[in-house]
Each structure stands twice: as C-alpha cells, then as structure tokens.
Ligand binder design. Sequence first.
Ligand code: ADP
Length: 409
Amino acid sequence: MKILVLNCGSSSIKFQLIETDSDLIESNTDRCIAKGSVERIGTDEATLRVTVPPNPCKSTTLEILDHQAALSRVINALKESHAVADISQIQAVGHRVVHGGERFAASVVMDDEVEKEIQHCVELAPLHNPHNLRGYYVARKVMPQVPQVAVFDTAFHQSMPPRAYVYGLPYSYYRRYRIRRYGFHGTSHRYVAFRYRQIFGKAREDVNLISTHLGNGCSVTAIEKGHSVDTSMGFTPQEGLVMGTRCGDIDPAALLYIMSKDELTLHDMSTLLNKFCGLYGISGESNDMRELIAASAKGDEQAKLAIEVFCYRVKKYIGAYSATLGHVDGLIFTGGIGENSPPVRALACEGLTELGIQIDPERNQAVVGKEGEISTPASRIRVMVIPTNEELLIARDTFRAVRGLPLPH
Ligand code: ADP
C-alpha cells in the first residue's frame, strides 16, 4: 500500500511516500519511495523539495499561498517524478499529530469525532495541533476518497501509571487543566523498541528497554514489556534532558526568581525557555553538538561544560529508569546526536558497569549513522544504536488502521 505521510507545520509540510504492508513490515523492507518538503508556505518564495531515491533532490522556488496549494504541488511533483502514476495510487494519508491528550493511546482513522477530540487538545499543544489538523483538512479536500489516520507523539506514553505522570501539584490542576506528564517522541521510542526486538527476535513481553532519543529535542523512555512506563518529557517537551535550546529539568523557583529579577513577562520567559537554554545557553555559542565537540577539542571550556551537563543528565536518567524497570535488557541510542556521536554515547555511559552497561570503544567509534551494537560482549545490557524512522512507523500504523489490523501501542 502506498501511503503519504504528512507532518504539517505553520508554514511548512514535510512528506514521505512510503510503500508498506504486513509482509514488508515483517521483513523490515518497507521503503520510502519519495520524500521532501514545502517551506515558507504563504509567500511567493516558497521552496518545494522532492527526492525520489536514488535521484538527487529537486528544488523549486515558487509562489505557494496556502497549505492546500502546497499539497497539490506535492502531488503533482510526485506524479512528474513517476513516484506515482496517478493520485489514486495514494491509498491512505498518515498525519503526525503532536498531542492526543488522554484520549488517544493508539493511532486512529480520522473522522469528525476524532477531529473534535484533537481540537480539544489544541490548548495543550497550541504551536502544533492546529497545523497538524490543517494537514487533515487540506488532504481531505485534495483527496476526498482517501482514508486518513492520526498518529500521536503522546500515544505511546499513555501506558504510564499515575505515579509516573502525576505532578506534585494540587491535584485540582490535573482535574481542571489536565496538567500531568504526557511525554513526547512516542513514535520514535516505539519504533526503535520494535526494531530492537525485531533484530534480536524477541517477544514484547521478554524485553525491558531504555530508549534515549537525542536530537534537537531529547527524551529518555523506560519501556517495560513493550509499554512506556515512564518518560522524561512531561506536560510539554520542556521537561527532562538538557536539549539543544531547552533546559530540561530545573527548579521551578529558579524561573520565578529570574522573572522577578529581570522583570520578564510570560512571553519573555517562554522565549528564553524555548530558544536560549540547553546546549546553546550553557555554551553561549551553539545548539549543535558537532560544533560543540569541535570547539571543546580546541579547548573551549564552555562548550566542554555544555557537553558534560548534557551527558550527565542522560546518565542520570539511565540510572533512574534502571530503577524504574528493575531489570533492563537493552539501552538504545537514537536521534541525530544518539545516532552520530560516539563521544556523547561514551560519556553518557561512563561508569555504568555496575548497572550492567559497558561500551566497547572500538564498536562505539565504528557505529555512526547506522544500526549496530556498541556494548562489549561482557556487557549484561546490550547497547544499540538504532536510527529512528518516525515516518515509517506512521506509515505502518496508517496501513494497519486502514485495514482494521491490531495497532500495537
Ligand atoms: P530533530 O530533533 O530536529 O529531529 P535530529 O534528530 O536530526 O533533530 O538531531 C539534530 C542534531 O543532531 C543536531 O543539532 C546536531 O547537534 C546533532 N548531530 C547530527 N550529526 C551529528 C554528529 N555527527 N555528531 C554530533 N551531533 C550530531
């Protein structure tokens, strides 16, 4: 089945056309036929990029005034590049939807009721859900006959028990405003956990995993017998690890103190927390781990400190989730940093031998941007690098939901 996967932002659409079905999932051979993006929608300088492997990326700059025009352009480009002969070959659309609140613990075929429920979650994710919904509206117009499926970043973490998701706030805030820990990156954690079990031929029930997604946003998840039982992001993607530009866990009183000292408004504070903290804030120069590693190698002390704080926080969460799970079989690194940075993986796992984690320096160095084991043969816990593929999981869920097959969550 050919599935169009859409990730809609305020002025952008990212897409992949993926061929998948039960046999292809089983053999891990489902594949991306085409991918690309439209950026700067709403201007006369929008960019349409389409790659149909193995051909190089084709980029065009043109006027695209709204998301509907953008999607029509994408479909035309797919036809022109022979990724599809006709629009009718696209049999389903899968949408990345950031927030499914407490209503969605799995992917779902979209209809009026689902749309209403996603609307209900807009106030929990005001920067994302409205645009994700817009993707649904325009796809419904451009391809009215085609079923559409919502795949939520939060769904995988709905299995967390209350002791993991309830904050130490007056409980009335949970009742009144739905303030609790939701967790994000669920599609990524679920994908790499599935892939780990597939590589080792293990059943869900037989494996406990700690999955670390280290990209621009970063999170760690404790996965017990296939279910997320705790994750480091919370009510928003601000909690937990130190990230590119977000600080992660912090004493909330420190924020009040800064606001009062510098007379910051809520808006100022929100900007500070989203754009100027984390690796960028500590180093004062970059949110990109590559640049920080290069700077640190040249003796830049602030860059070195940023890397140390980042890795130490990952290590603390690995320790915490070892306690959560009691027994751990595998530790997974994924995301741009997790997949590509041996020094970060080494530092995050340093001194964890007592927990059963031992990295093999040579293996670690050799696994960059690809799948592979990086632990020593003696390590009780297998440490794996598994490149994430959220689009593939969205396509797989879309296929299953449309066919009425069971949806693993
Ligand atoms: P996103 O979270 O936006 O999906 P990615 O998962 O692609 O982002 O991660 C992007 C980050 O990965 C970059 O900011 C960069 O810090 C990091 N990264 C990419 N390649 C490397 C590398 N070779 N070494 C260290 N970090 C890398």
